[in-house]
Write a new protein. Structure first.
Length: 626
């Protein structure tokens, strides 16, 4: 019997494929099952135009049989089969797709989703097999033929016996090596897990003889094993079912089965689109943050299927980073895949799906915010930070998309509010959206800098996340109202002009303030009379773009120890402490220097900043006590 040689280019491609194209050996089963599904599809399409053929769906299936003793794995289908010429043409020339040719010859348009595209999937068999045997009998033929190959050395074709129409692919599984355990591809549990992972939604039954247990007929306390043919795959994916037929429990069960999380999703989004690109999707907005969500180990992305066959576990390109908490699946027959179907080609279809998904997620989040506030606040507690990172990243290019989803704690409402709600309550004379940053709501509540804004009756938003102020600086304004920190130099609040106005105060006490500045050296940019303090003697404000709270965050990062905000030490000249300070300036310069340092360190403590020399600070306190 003559051994035919693969064409030179096919030989090189086969060698490349076995060693390079596929990254996971287990996908060979996905490819062979997909080919079997195509073979059954071809008979179905034939019946649409041939009245002599009748398609009885229960007669069509795929069967997997593992023979551990002889190291044989058999994948059989009841599909259309192949003639001798088709075996030679389709399997003798690598990357020639019989499925693609069938689709062209029969003028099958969109909606006829034959999986095979590249004609290379069959050869992934050589990832796990030394010898591959194909026995096939074509529809309308009396003869069957056997194609066999050991890889790049070529192949043979000869007549053989086969009772029924269809194809058997028999793999002689390789022996184990130090690096690879090939026995797993003969193991019942491993095979079923691969089928469930990649081919669960193939539309035809994938059958296997499954080992089960039942009470022994001799002893009811013992169990005996038996085998029974079972259908391993689900066949009809939930995302292709009618939404009206599905319940909330159906979606929650799917969420649990896919191990998307241990919680229950706050919202599911079921999408079915027919248009420039057709796809189905089920997305979930989780309730709780995954344990590794804010770590470098977290991997975002949606499961991606092509015609019900898993292509990627995590397709990151389908989700923007700020929506990386979303889980779920996308299934489309319109995607352009690379030769191994493991990696997407970056094309217009993929980008269009991603854009639609992004807008749909935004719309659903707005709907939850509007219609189920309590549920949204639970979500925001877990993932609000991610939305704010989304505004800060990419130079603020996503701020228009995300700004209406933000929430902050309100000094007036004593609860989380949106920016739109804040704006709706602003008095006519209020120029800015005021905010205060700190470690907690309680700490912010006690900040001296909030006094004048609160007394004016203005609402203050509390920023307690490290990203808050960075995001707001990128946002800059909301509905034409700029954001203003209560610690900024100019609050934009008109105060009564009297003899104690700030300008007069600074002139009268200029020499004292200059001396304080000299004492503190480069620790502060300036010392001034305060417009904002009423009940507190001292506070720090900032001058410039970098706030004190931002300094704290940046300084905690590696190699950023030298980043400093321009600090202004503000003194309340109406406080009794200032009287003591002024008396010391007139009578005892040493005591004045002592008071200056104490007031500066007091201001640092109020801000939650580190005192440079705690020992000196405590010693100074002792000095004023004796």
């Amino acid at each position: 019997m003559e051994t035919k040689q693969f064409k030179a280019e096919s030989k090189r491609l086969l060698d490349l494929m076995i060693n390079s194209i596929y990254t996971h050996r287990e996908i060979f089963l996905r490819e062979l099952i997909s080919n079997s599904s195509d073979a059954i599809d071809k008979i179905y399409y034939k019946t649409l135009t041939d009245d002599s053929l009748v398609f009885e769906k229960e007669d069509y299936y795929i069967k997997i049989v593992a023979d551990k003793e002889n190291r044989l794995l058999k994948i059989s289908d009841t599909g259309i089969g192949m003639t001798k010429e088709e075996l030679d043409d389709n399997l003798g020339v690598i990357a020639k797709s019989g499925s693609l040719n069938f689709k062209k010859e029969n003028d099958l348009k969109d909606g006829y989703d034959i999986i095979g595209q590249f004609g290379v999937g069959f050869y992934s068999s050589f990832l796990v097999a030394d010898t591959v045997t194909v026995i096939s009998k074509a529809l309308g033929c009396n003869e069957a033929y056997k194609w066999e190959s050991k890889g790049v050395d070529g192949y043979t074709i000869e007549p053989c016996e086969k009772d029924s129409i269809g194809t058997d692919i028999i793999l002689k599984i390789k022996e184990n090596t130090e690096d690879e355990n090939f026995d797993e591809y003969l193991d019942e549990h491993r095979l079923t897990s691969i089928i469930k992972k990649y081919s669960d939604f193939i539309r035809y039954p994938i059958k296997m003889d499954i080992t089960k247990e039942k009470p022994s007929s001799d002893d009811e306390n013992k169990y005996e094993k038996y085998t029974e043919e079972d259908t391993v795959n689900s066949m009809v994916p939930i995302w292709r079912k009618n939404k009206q037929e599905l319940t909330k429990e159906d979606y929650e069960n799917f969420y649990a089965e896919k191990h998307y999380g241990f919680d229950k999703p706050i919202k599911h989004i079921h999408i079915s689109v027919d248009g420039a690109v057709s796809y189905n999707a089920i997305l979930f907005i989780p309730e709780k943050t995954p344990y590794d969500f804010y770590t470098k180990d977290y991997e975002k992305g949606l499961e991606l299927y092509s015609n019900g066959v898993l292509i990627m576990n995590k397709c990151a390109d389908l989700l923007p980073d700020y929506f990386s908490f979303v889980t779920g699946i996308v299934d489309s027959e319109d995607l352009s895949l690379n030769i191994s179907r493991e990696i997407l080609q970056h094309d217009r279809q993929l980008k269009l799906i991603a854009k639609n998904i992004k807008n749909k997620i935004k719309s659903e989040l707005q709907s939850i915010l509007k219609n189920d506030r309590e549920k949204y606040e639970v979500f925001y507690e877990s993932f609000g930070r991610q939305l704010k990172y989304g505004i800060y990243s990419e130079f603020g290019s996503n701020k228009d998309l995300l700004q209406d989803l933000l929430m902050f704690y309100s000094s007036k409402e004593k609860k989380m509010v949106t920016l739109d709600e804040y704006i709706s309550r602003m008095p006519e004379d209020q120029k800015y959206i005021y905010y205060a940053a700190g470690e907690s709501n309680d700490r912010i509540e006690k900040l001296p800098q909030t006094e004048v804004v609160s007394d004016k009756g203005y609402e203050i938003l509390y920023f307690t996340d490290d990203v808050d102020e960075f995001a707001i600086r990128m946002l800059m304004s909301y509905k034409e109202k700029e954001f203003k920190s209560v610690s900024s130099g100019d609050l934009g609040i008109d105060t009564e002009k009297d003899e104690n106005s700030s300008d007069t105060d600074n002139k009268e006490n200029n020499e004292l303030f200059q001396h304080m500045k000299n004492v503190l050296s480069d620790k502060v940019k300036d010392v001034r009379s305060s417009k904002r303090l009423k009940n507190h003697p001292v506070c720090l404000s900032n001058d410039g773009e970098l706030s004190i709270e931002m300094e704290k965050i940046l300084s905690a990062m590696p190699n950023n120890e030298t980043i400093k905000a321009d600090k202004i030490l503000e003194i309340n000249i109406n406080h009794d402490v200032f009287k003591s300070l002024k008396e010391a300036y007139d009578k005892d310069k040493n005591k004045f220097d002592l008071y200056t340092n104490l007031l500066y360190n007091q201001a640092l403590l109020i801000e939650g900043l580190t005192i440079n020399d705690p020992v000196e600070f405590t010693n100074n306190i002792c000095k004023i006590m004796v």
